[in-house]
Design a protein around this ligand. Structure first.
Ligand code: RTP
Ligand code: MG
Length: 311
């Protein structure tokens, strides 16, 4: 792994921290992170995870290849551990449940070596029974756990995991897509529905490269509209906004795509249609600054809250 790769951020968190956090949430008894010697940035990327029990060790000879990392990690684990699960920082989308699936299969006696499989292909993480400890400690150079797996074909068991979560960041194009993949909440407001613009706006959204991954038509009560727009409680337009948003049906949807949050705000245009750029939804369909056809989340936290509000 290139020196700084584990520091790459996805949605504000390094891939190292994401992977270590998922492991910490699993039923693994201890989590050891192996870093290159002197990798202070790696240590600080882990931040509070260290306080929560993630232990950091440094590879013995960083230039040797992955064997040195495997050895350092194996050496650092408790000698009494029943198994050793080897995971990589560059699979930042795996979740605690994925690691648990391997641990469960191992606990159920599926085999002495349990590895992830993605669409039938062998992949990482891999869980080795404690009896392979010495073989792992004997790895040298660029050898990895694979060498041990190939030596014991009869002991190997595969656990199928979702390829989307198991994808790694070896290819730069994966990174470009995954780094910015986001979800945002859209509301097509009562004015646009009443004017028969729902179909046009949805088409506009899809043509802009946003994928509609969930959708529902509903009629907000004044109470729900108040709650949704609670941040604007003190604003002079609040009462009018609540009355408008509960005046007729709306269509709420979850949009997904690269940089979906900012991208959808651009596609919508400025709050006030008079200031909106040509070709934006609000320029095309909004009536005025209040009856402005659509809503889109304004940041990652609000997107998460607003999606949970409706779905
Ligand atoms: P939204 O939240 O709906 O996506 O719109 P926004 O971020 O562009 O605008 P925001 O400032 O959050 O305002 C929320 C909604 O309140 C109505 N509004 N009325 N009468 C007014 O001056 C006024 N200003 C805002 C609009 O419906 C706006 O979208
Ligand atoms: Mg807003």
């Amino acid at each position: 792994m290139r020196r700084a790769k584990h520091l790459i951020q996805i949605e504000g968190r390094s891939i190292l921290s994401r992977a270590a956090g998922a492991l910490l949430g699993s039923s693994a008894e201890e989590v050891v992170v192996v870093l290159a010697p002197g990798d202070r940035e790696g240590v600080s990327a882990l931040g509070a995870l260290e306080l929560r029990g993630v232990r950091v060790v440094f590879a013995e000879s960083p230039d040797e290849g992955r064997a040195a990392s495997v050895r350092a990690g194996v050496r650092a684990t408790a000698p009494g551990a029943a198994g050793l699960l080897i995971a990589l920082a560059d699979q930042p989308f795996l979740e605690a449940a994925d690691f648990d699936a391997l641990i469960r299969a191992f606990g159920a006696g599926a085999g002495g070596i349990v590895h992830a499989a993605y669409a039938g292909e062998r992949g990482t993480p891999v869980l080795f029974a404690a009896r392979y400890r010495e073989e792992l400690l004997a790895l040298r150079g660029r050898e990895g756990g694979r060498v041990v797996i190939l030596r014991h074909p009869g002991e190997v068991c595969a656990v199928a995991l979702d390829p989307a979560r198991g994808r790694d960041l070896d290819r730069p194009e994966d990174l470009l897509v995954s780094r910015s993949m986001q979800r945002t909440l859209s509301i097509i407001k009562p004015d646009a529905i009443a004017a028969g613009k729902l179909g046009g706006i949805l088409q506009h959204i899809e043509d802009a490269g946003l994928r509609i991954v969930a959708m529902r038509m509903l009629h907000l009560t004044p109470e729900r509209a108040q709650e949704f727009y609670a941040v604007h409680r003190e604003r002079p337009f609040y009462q009018g906004l609540v009355a408008f948003m509960s005046s007729g049906p709306v269509v709420v949807s979850v949009l997904e795509g690269p940089d979906a949050i900012a991208h959808y705000r651009t596609v919508m245009g400025a709050t006030n249609p008079e200031e909106a750029e040509a070709g934006t939804i609000r320029k095309l369909y909004a009536t005025d600054v209040e009856r402005n056809a659509c809503h889109g989340s304004d940041g990652p936290e609000t997107a998460e809250e607003e999606i949970a509000f409706f779905f």
